[in-house]
Design a binder for this molecule. Structure first.
Ligand code: FAD
Length: 396
């Protein structure tokens, strides 16, 4: 049995693991990174539609969920979005800002992966892909990890950067959570987040004809609201506004949707009715406010198929409510199959916020998505991966 010894073993060559390995390597630590995927940074590669929304210029703790979102403050401050942008600039990677401070590569997410793998090589990090970590045991002051190729790695510091459970097809498992529990750490409840929401059959029958229709919406769950695009799908609702609210929504709860935020629908329909003797069809008038297909479905549902002159103001008020006061109960979500992230994870009260080291097991670190720190849609999750990876890299 082949046994090798490193100062640091990093499990997972994702955003967080690579960042940590680079920093530890630069400090002169001998570092090995192991990933059971065929290539490093697979989630980076598919992120942001292949262009990787690598950070958000407005990142702050307000953009994160978890038992204690303030936990993230130290790492986000020590290695901020501005530090990562400088790094991307130094690597000569061109980027652009989309809406809401979201930064994307102009060309390809692969440039970010290349930047990180080049930096790992320069820092002397040994990277092994296609090799998983099966078991880990505490041995003396350090750890012994059994790899899937039959070899063993001994290390003083073990950094768990194994990500969450989303997209199992890409090899995501709950391995990091299991290891945390094995080491006696608390793990908060995990659930799919940044995920499309689904409807039950009866409701789907009404909304399926709208599949593909997108609106700029305000979507609320409890006191939380997001104003972004929303998309009707064959399963329910998707689009940025829905992915965002999915992190706050819980089974059994309703969400409320305004599909023409800021528009007084009733006043506009009444004004249209007063023109030309109300000859305009109701769906045509409503089609000036929301997409035509949505207007047709809503007017048919409210029995307002005719001309404006033929319907009373009560019906127009019902249309107003259907557009800007839609309360709907999703039955569930599309789950980890399509979720961008996992909400919950290793409880932050078990970790040191400066270094990501566990308080109870010296030498054991958790970084990135496996930790109970979850960002909004918009580049925040990668920023957490860079910041937490950097913080652990200074200490492990
Ligand atoms: C489709 C999609 C698009 C996304 N787009 C964006 C975006 O544009 N911007 C953004 O901020 N966030 C985005 N995210 C979220 C982002 O990808 C994650 O938050 C981020 O990748 C987490 O980084 P990580 O290093 O913690 O984990 P990961 O990137 O998941 O890396 C974990 C690695 O550990 C490996 N691993 C797990 N268990 C083991 C084991 N036992 N042995 C060996 N290796 C193991 C896995 O193979 C994986 O490579 C997206 C997510 C998805 C699914």
């Amino acid at each position: 049995m082949k046994t090798e010894t490193f100062d640091v073993l990093v499990v997972g060559a994702g955003a967080a693991g690579m960042m940590c390995a680079i920093e530890a390597g630069r400090r002169g630590r001998s570092v090995r990174v192991v990933d059971h995927a065929r290539a490093p940074g697979e989630k980076i590669r598919i992120s942001g539609g292949g262009r990787c929304n690598f950070t958000n210029t407005g990142t702050s703790v307000a953009n994160f969920l978890g038992e204690n979102p303030m936990f993230a403050a130290s790492a986000l401050k020590r290695y901020s979005q501005h530090d990562f942008i400088k790094r991307v600039d130094r690597a000569g990677i061109a980027w652009h800002e989309k809406t809401l401070g979201q930064l994307f590569c102009d060309d390809s997410a692969k440039q970010i992966i290349r930047m990180l793998t080049d930096d790992m090589r320069a820092a002397g990090v040994v990277l092994s892909t296609g090799v998983g970590v099966d078991r880990v045991e505490r041995v003396g002051e350090g750890f012994e990890a059994a790899l899937s190729d039959g070899s063993v790695v001994r290390c003083a510091s073990l950094v768990v950067a194994s990500g969450g459970k989303s997209i199992p097809k890409m090899g995501a498992t709950g391995w990091g959570y299991d290891l945390a529990r094995q080491m006696g750490l608390r793990v908060t409840e995990t659930r799919p987040a940044l995920v499309p929401l689904t409807f039950e059959a009866g409701l789907l029958e009404q909304t399926t004809p709208l599949a593909g229709v997108a609106v700029d919406a305000v979507v609320s769950a409890g006191k939380t609201r997001f104003e972004e695009a929303m998309l009707f799908t064959h399963r329910g609702l998707s689009g940025p506004a829905i992915l965002q609210i999915s992190s706050y929504w819980r089974e059994g709860e309703a969400i409320t949707v305004k599909m023409a935020p800021g528009v007084d629908v009733l006043a506009q329909l009444k004004a249209a009715k007063a023109e030309n003797g109300g000859k305009q069809a109701v769906h045509t008038a409503l089609g000036h406010i929301v997409p035509r297909r949505l207007a047709e479905v809503l007017t048919a549902r409210e029995g307002a198929g005719g001309k404006l002159a033929e319907v009373g103001d009560k019906v127009l008020a019902r249309l107003d409510a259907a557009v800007n006061g839609w309360t709907v109960k999703p039955v569930g979500s599309e789950g980890y199959r399509t979720a961008e992230v996992t909400l919950g994870g290793v409880a932050t009260d078990q970790l040191d916020q400066q270094t990501m080291a566990t308080k109870s097991v010296p030498g054991l670190y958790f970084i990135g998505e496996v930790v109970d720190v979850t960002g909004w849609l918009g580049g925040y999750n990668f920023q957490w991966a860079w910041s937490s990876g950097w913080a652990a890299g200074q200490a492990c």
